[in-house]
Design a protein around this ligand. Structure first.
Ligand code: GDP
Length: 189
């Protein structure tokens, strides 16, 4: 069965996105990094499966060794299932993503979101970037252009509307993401 995986730092809104996509009430705002097993959900209308992978990156109260373990699990899971993973959705907090990416870069590190985006491409899983919390962003076009730039997608962002989906999961506005997923689903069939 075709599968869609959701990845992203903790607290970006993955559980909220998942709930909006599936109608299942998954526990929102639980302890980050605690769930190590991927959670599976069915999206009955299109008959593919969603997998919410545990958050990676900064998790308060979680030791760095444990964080690395979780990240390794996520990467291994996607590698092992790449053949039937139709799309990988990288969920970002649109308000803070650019600052966090730039901070990591200044320290000479590869930011987690950038790493995950590139990793999905490497294993042949087409990434979709769900830019969440758009209700907290003043100049959305400008912010989406910055996000594209950081991910190596040449702005303007409108050129990438099949890859970049601005959403506000909290208000149930995930149309752009559903549109991206529908496209992938139709390409696949
Ligand atoms: P996860 O750790 O990635 O699964 O994130 P959650 O789904 O638990 O959400 C983390 C927090 O962000 C919660 O307090 C949500 O209510 C909030 N949140 C989720 N989506 C949005 C959104 O679109 N806008 C805003 N302002 N907050 C959101």
């Amino acid at each position: 069965d075709a599968e869609v995986v959701l990845v992203g730092r903790s607290n970006v809104g993955k559980s909220t996105v998942m709930r909006e996509l599936t109608g299942h009430d998954v526990s929102v705002g639980g302890k980050p990094g605690v769930t190590r097993q991927p959670n599976h959900f069915d999206w009955t209308s299109e008959s593919f499966m969603f997998t919410d992978l545990p958050g990676f990156g900064f998790m308060s109260g979680v030791e760095s060794e444990r964080r690395e373990e979780i990240k390794t699990d996520v990467i291994r899971y996607v590698e092992e299932n790449a053949e039937h993973v139709l799309a990988g959705v990288v969920v970002l907090d649109g308000k803070s993503a650019v600052d966090i990416i730039d901070r990591h870069r200044e320290r000479g590190n590869v930011p987690h979101d950038v790493e995950m985006f590139a990793f999905l491409e490497d294993v042949g899983v087409d990434p979709i970037v769900a830019v969440n919390k758009t209700d907290k962003i003043d100049d959305l076009d400008e912010r989406l252009n910055e996000i594209c730039d950081r991910l190596g997608l040449y702005p303007p962002w409108q050129q990438w509307s099949d890859t970049v989906a601005p959403i506000c999961a909290k208000r149930g506005d995930i149309d752009a993401l559903e549109e991206c997923l529908r496209d992938r689903f139709h390409e696949h069939n």
